[in-house]
Design a protein around this ligand. Structure first.
Ligand code: AMP
Ligand code: ZN
Length: 139
C-alpha cells in the first residue's frame, strides 16, 4: 500500500468506486471518465507501479481476471469488441501510478480511432532493430 495512492484507497474502500468485480488479488471498477460505455479498470490489490514491477506470481491470474471482466462487460454493454490496454510511465499517458489495465468496450462505428502510424527511414529502422536485438541478447 502506498499511502497517497488513489487506487490503493479504492481497493481498501477508503474512496468510493463503482466496483464490478473482486477476487483474491485483483479489484475491478468502472472508470470515472470513461472513454466508451463500460470502460473499466482492473488493478492488483498490492501496490505496484507498472507492468515491470508487477508481481510475477499474479501474472497468470491477471490475464484470467481480464478475461472474466471483459466477457461480462461485453455482455452487459452489447459491445462488438474491446480494447485491453495499459499505460506504463507518464510519457505513455499513465496518470495514476498504480498499475492498471483498461478494458474499453468497442462498438462498430463508435468513432474511436486507433493510434496513427509513423514512418521511419530504412536506416533508422535497421539501427533500431539492431539495438533491440542487442538488448534482448542480454536477457
Ligand atoms: P491512466 O492514464 O492510464 O493512468 O488512467 C487512469 C484512469 O483512472 C483514467 O482513465 C481515469 O479516468 C481513471 N480514474 C482516476 N480516478 C478514478 C476514480 N476515483 N475512480 C475511477 N476511475 C478513476
Ligand atoms: Zn497503489
Amino acid at each position: 500500500m502506498s499511502q497517497d495512492c488513489i487506487f490503493c484507497k479504492i481497493v481498501k474502500g477508503e474512496i468510493p468506486s463503482q466496483k464490478i468485480y473482486e477476487n483474491k488479488d485483483f479489484f475491478a471498477f468502472l472508470d470515472i471518465k470513461p472513454i466508451n460505455k463500460g470502460h473499466a479498470l482492473i488493478v492488483p490489490k498490492v501496490h505496484c507501479e507498472n507492468i515491470l514491477d508487477f508481481p510475477k506470481a499474479e501474472e497468470t491470474d491477471f490475464i484470467e481476471t481480464i478475461k472474466v471482466v471483459a466477457k461480462a462487460l461485453v455482455k452487459a454493454t452489447g459491445a462488438d469488441g474491446f480494447n485491453v490496454g495499459m499505460n506504463n510511465g507518464e510519457a505513455a499517458g499513465q496518470v495514476v501510478l498504480h498499475a492498471h489495465m483498461h478494458i474499453i468496450p468497442r462498438f462498430k462505428g463508435d468513432g474511436l480511432h486507433t493510434w496513427p502510424h509513423k514512418e521511419f527511414s530504412k536506416e533508422e529502422m535497421d539501427e533500431l532493430h539492431r539495438k533491440v536485438l542487442n538488448e534482448l541478447i542480454k536477457e
